[in-house]
Write a protein that binds this ligand. Sequence first.
Ligand SMILES: [Fe+2]
Ligand SMILES: [Fe+2]
Length: 286
Amino acid sequence: METSSQLASRLTAASRRKFWDVYNFFDWPEQLTDMWCMSPELLSIYGTPAFEALTEEQQKRLSLYECGNFFSLVLQGERPLVQGLVHRYYSKSYAKEITEYLHHFVDEENKHMVMFGEFCNRYVGKVYPEKKISLSREWAKGEEEVAFFCKVMVVEELGDYYNVLIARDDRVDPLARAINAQHHVDEARHLAFGRKFLAETFEKYSAEWTPEVLAGFQKWLGDYLRSSWGDYYNPTMYRDAGLEGGYELRQLAMTHPAPAEHRRKASAKLVDYFLGVGILAAEPQL
Ligand SMILES: [Fe+2]
Ligand SMILES: [Fe+2]
């Protein structure tokens, strides 16, 4: 079976072959088209009475701000990701092929922040700030390392679910589609690396964990996943889209069965991975 170092070498070669220049890759029109910015079925309140009460024009306006919020929350996940990866460069516990690949991982994430930031600033007027409050806690040996790569998987797998569906949706504005498509191309490599490396890292450290440490970690991960979904329901985003009652809409998205079913579907691949590796013992309530 291929090890993470062997996989890293292959991915390094692929990243070099597909090396791209974020500053010359996209055309940035003065204005977006009047198409959707995100597939309507992916909008946070899709399937609720609040969504059905909107005109198509209002729904499309919401899709611009939801797209801005989505790009912002991926960008806000990439910031600590880059910080954490750079911090790990040349770590003694990593094979040299891993560090070599991390340079590409960071380079690509940096480009993603540039393209997401450019889109948000141009068409939404801002990048939405980070919402997550990270509670400091005591970690057992290796727990923080496993947690770091779990957070990477959460932001990348959930983001990729959206990227793939939006990239292939011809109802969506061409620039919004192109950004989602390009992100998916790079993320396919990051995800392949993350799945392998996290499984190896978990296996290495969790062998020494007591059942209490493992249970505590699993609870933390379930909470982290729920809070990541909460970021999709940003009250300021609803207000910017011209909708009243941002907090009520957030509450609706968190409690109505239609968005709950969407969360289950969009998280299925990620949750199956966590269950398969043993990082989770049961499907979390999302
Ligand atoms: Fe990315
Ligand atoms: Fe990534």
